[in-house]
Design a protein around this ligand. Structure first.
Ligand SMILES: [Mn+2]
Length: 452
């Protein structure tokens, strides 16, 4: 059954690949639109690299959301083919009106409408495959170029899957198929190791405080606690992990495993990469930092293989982002979340906190700062609107919670917009509707829990 589903998805992707190849061969400029997160940037990187290798041309734009005005502007443009990556499945209707060919490679829940014959729609949900765990946007994009003999680009697809947190303990489903491609082509290697951040470039106490995936409750996001934790063990906190003696590394390993056994796990490396980018999750994080700081060009340059200044710029962005995360963590440790009956929320107008809202909402659950039994919604005020990032746990999803649906339904009541995955979703609503919206959302989640 699983194989049959995968087979159907691969067939659809092969159709997309043929269409893309046809346009490349006709010297058409491939008009690519992709999402601004690590997954979307990786997706763009996968496709752009493939087109470049085939001596084709592309024109790429990265956007935070596929808004109606973006779509109608694009429709006026004179391109023979558009590719929408990590987005597009929610906008099938307006895209069906285009006079050009369209490839959509997305993994978000698709709109339930008839689609135009101009569209090839590659989305795991269409084939009964879970798009929140088994395939990312970059993965869907990868499938669309795979048949052009591009298995050496599979690592970028996995960087996208990491960005969308699809690797819990291991890659499953289509992601596993892509991992096998990556291993087969030598673009990725796996070995067991300690999954702490920037092991070979940061002092140890920072490595621990910067480790967000997997989380280290008590240490993640807390420089002081990380420092005293190391001091108690008699380890010097100021040197890099890779500079510790083997015996010291083992002591640390044992202590960290007690905090979170997942810290000792598969480490994915890109053997041909330079040291800063060798760790696939680091690579994904650096793309993420480019996206969050709206330096999309920098992210794409990295994905296209540019180093030097582009790398320096990107590393600086990640460093800044880490400091923002630390500030956010300090804030949630002090303030906690406001609890309603079935949900809890965070609200901020602080510029730094707003930037890290989604991340601290999910980390706050996993390190135990928030009650894991109540979905967390981070609310960031943007002038007249509020941006909402919802996060919950796999357990709550199994009990019936679907944040994408809840945020889509509730926001439409206040002429807002929302959607996403069951476990993580977002919305935008008018500021004036804040309290009513939260009340409705609280009821909606209670309803989901009581009716599943
Ligand atoms: Mn995605």
């Amino acid at each position: 059954m699983t194989q049959q589903k995968q087979h159907s998805l691969l067939n659809r992707s092969a159709e997309a690949c043929n269409m893309l190849k046809k346009h490349i061969d006709q010297n058409h400029i491939i008009r690519i639109i992709s999402h601004n997160d690590a997954d979307g940037l990786s997706a763009a990187g996968v496709v752009a690299n493939a087109i470049k290798e085939e001596d084709g041309q592309f024109h790429l734009t990265i956007v935070p959301r596929l808004k109606m005005d973006v779509i109608s502007d694009l429709r006026k443009d004179d391109y023979e083919i558009f590719m929408f990556l990590d987005m597009g499945s929610a906008c099938l209707k307006p895209l069906s009106n285009f006079n050009s060919d369209i490839i959509i490679a997305d993994h978000h829940q698709p709109a339930d409408v008839e689609i135009g014959s101009n569209i090839i729609h590659v989305n795991p949900h269409l084939f009964g495959i879970d798009g929140s765990r088994e395939l990312s946007g970059a993965g869907a994009a990868y499938l669309c170029i795979r048949e052009m003999d591009k298995k050496h680009l599979a690592h970028l697809a996995l960087a996208g899957a990491f960005g969308d947190m699809q690797c819990q303990d291991k890659f499953i489903g289509m992601n596993e198929l892509i991992l096998n491609d990556a291993i087969e082509s030598g673009s990725v290697e796996i070995h067991e190791g300690l999954k702490i951040a920037s092991k070979s470039s940061e002092p140890l106490y920072k490595s621990l405080a910067y480790t967000f995936k997997p989380e280290l409750p008590g240490l993640t996001g807390d420089l002081e606690k990380s420092q005293s934790f190391l001091e108690k063990m008699g380890l010097s906190y100021g040197i890099k992990f890779t500079d510790l003696e083997g015996e010291e590394q083992d002591i640390l390993k044992d202590e960290l495993v007690k905090i979170n056994p997942k810290i000792l796990s598969d480490v994915y490396t890109i053997p041909k990469e330079i040291s800063y980018l060798k760790d696939l999750e680091d690579f994904s994080d650096i793309l993420d930092a480019c996206g969050k700081n709206k330096k999309y060009g920098l992210g794409i340059s990295l994905a296209l293989g540019e180093r030097g200044d582009a790398l320096d710029g990107a590393l600086k962005l990640r460093e800044d982002y880490r400091l923002q995360l630390l500030k956010g963590m300090e804030w949630i440790r002090k303030e906690g979340a406001v609890k309603l009956d079935t949900i809890q929320y965070l609200y901020s107008e602080d510029e730094v906190i707003k930037k890290v809202m989604g991340t601290i909402a999910s980390i706050g659950i996993s390190v135990g700062i928030f009650d894991a039994n109540k979905p967390v919604f981070g609310l960031s005020r943007l002038h007249r609107d509020i941006k909402i990032s919802g996060r919950t746990t796999r357990e709550m999803v199994e009990r019936g919670v679907n944040l994408g649906k809840a945020l889509s339904d509730c926001s439409s009541n206040f002429s807002g917009q929302g959607g996403g995955h069951d476990i993580a979703a977002g919305a935008m609503i008018p500021y004036s509707a804040k309290d009513e919206f939260l009340h409705l959302l609280d009821e909606q989640i209670a309803y989901q829990l009581n009716n599943s």
